[in-house]
Design a protein around this ligand. Structure first.
Ligand SMILES: [Fe+2]
Ligand SMILES: [Fe+2]
Length: 164
């Protein structure tokens, strides 16, 4: 952590922020893999209609993970590198994308993740502001805006889905 930031934030606050960022990193990596896997292995009508969108969405989540990882490094730590840890330290828990390969199932589960992400980045932004960590605040609100967009998009598609 940079000297000045260390001084302003303090060790305890930095610890709290890093913990939240690590959890978010675990979530993003799991959600990335969820969308990526389904984008490749989707079954039925979704494969021709929605799979490409999911792959793009996946890379969006991967970018969020990268931004989080960069901030974690700035705060003197490393993002969780072991995929086994992503299931236990994040907010999502065990997740097997192969169980959501139809269009409706993929979207419904995806919506659940986007909604969780919106809640989570709201929480991080609030906490960051509380401890005067404006860099994390800025990061959290940037990702939050993307997650709000993701949620709205997924909601719109689900609402207008004609396939049962
Ligand atoms: Fe994300
Ligand atoms: Fe998202």
């Amino acid at each position: 952590m940079g000297r000045t930031e260390k001084h302003i934030l303090g060790k305890e606050n930095a610890f709290v922020i890093v913990d939240l960022l690590k959890k978010a990193y675990c979530d993003e990596m799991q959600i990335f893999h969820y969308f990526w896997y389904i984008g490749i292995n989707m079954e039925g009508i979704g494969l021709v209609t929605y799979a490409p969108t999911l792959k793009i969405q996946a890379t969006g989540e991967l970018t969020h993970a990268e931004l989080l990882s960069n901030r974690i490094s700035e705060l003197g730590e490393k993002a969780p590198s072991d995929p086994a840890v992503w299931k236990t330290q994040g907010n999502i828990g065990p997740l097997d994308p192969a169980q959501y390969l139809t269009l409706r199932a993929a979207l419904e589960k995806g919506l659940e993740f986007e909604s969780k992400a919106v809640e989570n980045y709201n929480k991080i932004a609030k906490k960051a502001l509380e401890v005067n960590d404006f860099v994390t605040y800025n990061l959290a609100t940037t990702i939050l805006a993307a997650e709000v967009k993701d949620e709205q998009h997924t909601e719109d598609v689900l609402m207008n889905l004609e396939v049962k």
